[in-house]
Write a protein that binds this ligand. Structure first.
Ligand code: AMP
Ligand code: ZN
Ligand code: ZN
Length: 425
């Protein structure tokens, strides 16, 4: 029986129980083949994330290698991110099957019990504290089942979660080139069988960065897409040369999309609420506010009233489709910017040294522009299948199934597997 945290409502417990039963049942279904003609012992699973790759980028005609993978395998119309559509919450959802509200990485920057921002996504001293990371990432399950795992970057992978790290992992280094990352993965696949990892992640941030800097519709994004596609080609050629294409299942996905933003679409929150009386925990697309002692009513009267370019809710009263608002790390008031808008302050704007971002994400996860990539190719996947949008919590049951490890309690729907896998009944 799964051990449910006490913060889950009875209703959520029921849903979780049903999901647990469903995913556990699925894990034991022996008639879904993992790798057609290969036994599980010989099969590999490679999970590639191209950060900020919006679903429709695939139709731009600039990623021929990825398009060929999609044509020969499965492509989803889009992978729906979880809310908030930010990098750390979603990467961790992909490998745990838990919504951010349940795994605890509720934002890229999180306030600790001391009222300070104590988890900052790009500060390893904070992200390596294991207590932040709830649930069990798939590499921990793999290691526990005696399968070696390797991470060529992935949020959470440099932290000993539950005391376990991947057998091979690298501290995040944005200066390590994309091709060098691929070569590291190929080196791991050249290890003697007993040391060779069976589950591998590979991460690229370049498309996301170009999306922020130049906007999703820019020539620069298309140029970076072509570069990353060539890097994927290097990977595919390397796999081919090693004779691995028939025993390796490859999933290429992203964490969220990107929408045009810009200097003309800024909400100055200090003109809405007095920041001496209400602490701004986070700004940007998803902002959090914590009233100073005795200021709750003031904070609510200032922030909960209608605003043309943002909407705020009390934690716990957010729209149900966000599945967000029960975790204690979520600030008492959460504000979400209108698509394309960004929340900042007059002083932050004056102090800014870089130009405003021309692309953003973090918005309502059901917006088409937040839609992420999902392509899968390999012996386990249906060839030439196009499937409708599905939630990114469903990726974890798929990973667990492919690795033949028992999935931990999760928010995913194992029925999605049937759309993706070959030879299921
Ligand atoms: P976001 O601000 O949500 O767009 O985050 C994207 C950025 O997260 C990337 O440009 C990377 O610099 C950073 N990032 C991605 N993975 C990691 C990681 N494992 N550790 C630290 N920073 C990361
Ligand atoms: Zn991202
Ligand atoms: Zn980003």
């Amino acid at each position: 029986m799964p051990n449910f945290p006490s913060r889950l409502t009875p209703w959520l417990r029921l849903v979780s129980l049903a999901l647990f039963a469903l995913t556990s049942a699925c894990a034991t279904r022996s008639h879904i083949p993992v790798a057609a003609s290969h036994s599980a012992a010989e099969s590999y699973l490679l999970l590639v994330s191209i950060d900020g790759f919006r679903a429709d980028y695939l139709d731009r005609g600039v990623t021929p290698r990825l398009s060929a993978l999609a044509a020969g395998g499965v492509r989803a119309d889009a992978l729906r991110p979880s809310f908030p559509s930010l990098t750390f919450p979603n990467h961790y959802t992909l490998v745990t099957g838990l919504r951010p509200d349940h795994h605890g990485i509720v934002h890229n920057r999180i306030q600790g019990n001391d009222g300070k921002i104590s988890f900052v996504y790009n500060d390893a001293r904070t992200t390596r504290e294991a207590h932040w990371w709830g649930g069990e990432p798939i590499w921990v399950a793999a290691e526990r089942h005696g399968l070696r795992s390797a991470t060529m970057f992935w949020p959470g992978s440099d932290t000993a979660i539950g005391g376990v790290r991947p057998s091979y992992w690298k501290p995040f280094d944005r200066n390590l080139g994309a091709d060098a990352r691929v070569d590291t993965v190929l080196d791991w696949l050249d290890l003697p069988l007993a040391q060779r990892p069976r589950f591998i992640t590979l991460y690229f941030e370049q498309v996301d960065r170009a999306g922020h800097d130049y906007g999703p519709d820019s020539a620069e994004v298309n140029a970076v897409l072509a570069q990353i596609d060539a890097t994927l080609g290097r990977l595919l050629d390397g796999l081919e040369a090693r004779g691995l294409r028939r025993s390796l299942n490859l999933i290429v996905l992203s964490d969220h999309g990107q929408t045009p933003a810009g200097a003309e679409k800024l909400v100055l929150v200090d003109t809405v609420v007095d920041l001496e009386r209400v602490q701004a925990v986070n700004l940007g697309v998803v902002a959090g506010f914590a009233p100073e002692p005795g200021q709750r009513r003031y904070a609510e009267s200032a922030l909960l009233r209608p605003h043309p370019h943002m909407q705020c809710w009390r934690r716990g009263q957010m729209p149900a489709h966000f599945h967000y608002g029960t975790h204690a790390r979520i600030p008492p008031i959460v504000c979400l910017a209108q698509q394309g808008w960004i929340m900042t302050t007059t002083s932050a704007l004056a102090a800014r040294t870089s130009p405003p971002s021309l692309g953003e994400h973090g918005y309502d996860n059901t917006l088409p522009d937040m839609g992420a990539l999902f392509v899968a190719n390999g012996p386990a996947f249906r060839p030439g299948a196009r499937v409708p949008v599905f939630d990114n919590v469903d990726v974890y049951p798929l990973l667990a199934h492919l690795l033949q490890v028992k999935p931990a309690r999760n928010d995913g729907d194992a029925r999605t597997l049937r759309l993706l896998l070959r030879d299921t009944d």
